[in-house]
Design a protein around this ligand. Structure first.
Ligand SMILES: [Cu+2]
Length: 135
């Protein structure tokens, strides 16, 4: 008996939540959606897995980011292909950082504790280049 009351209670709550959500959705849909989107400082946009984005410096957007010492940079892969954020240059990588293969919509965050100029690239697409300047 107690079990049945609990089950009926749970079903009742679920129905109420569904009704409540159907009302709130119509008003707050846009607000809720943006809450779930990771806000990247640097974006890897679509189609950068083909050469061409380098012509107008839009493989990483922005390709140059200037931050204060101790701050973070978050990259987000908005493309449908894998990309990496790897320190150095394609023909001369350094061992400072490497995101590994980022899945579509995966993000990668780094904290920069020392001043300097940090070049990076994508190990899969040699034309993808970016730079972080830490002041
Ligand atoms: Cu890439």
């Amino acid at each position: 008996m107690l079990k049945q009351i609990t089950v009926i209670g749970v079903i009742g709550v679920v129905i109420l939540v569904i009704i409540a959500l159907s009302f709130s959705n119509s008003i707050e849909e846009n607000v809720e959606e943006t809450d779930f989107i990771i806000k990247g400082d640097v974006i890897m946009p679509t189609k950068v897995s083909r050469p061409g984005c380098d012509e107008n410096d839009r493989c990483y957007i922005p390709s140059l980011i200037v931050i204060e010492k101790g701050k973070q940079v978050t990259w987000i892969n908005e493309d449908s292909a894998f990309h990496t954020i790897t320190s150095g240059f394609y023909d001369a990588p350094t061992d400072l950082f490497d995101s590994g293969h980022l899945d579509p919509f995966e993000s990668y965050t780094l904290t920069f504790d020392e001043k300097g100029t940090y070049d990076y690239f994508c190990t899969l697409h040699p034309w993808m280049k970016g730079q972080v300047i830490v002041e």
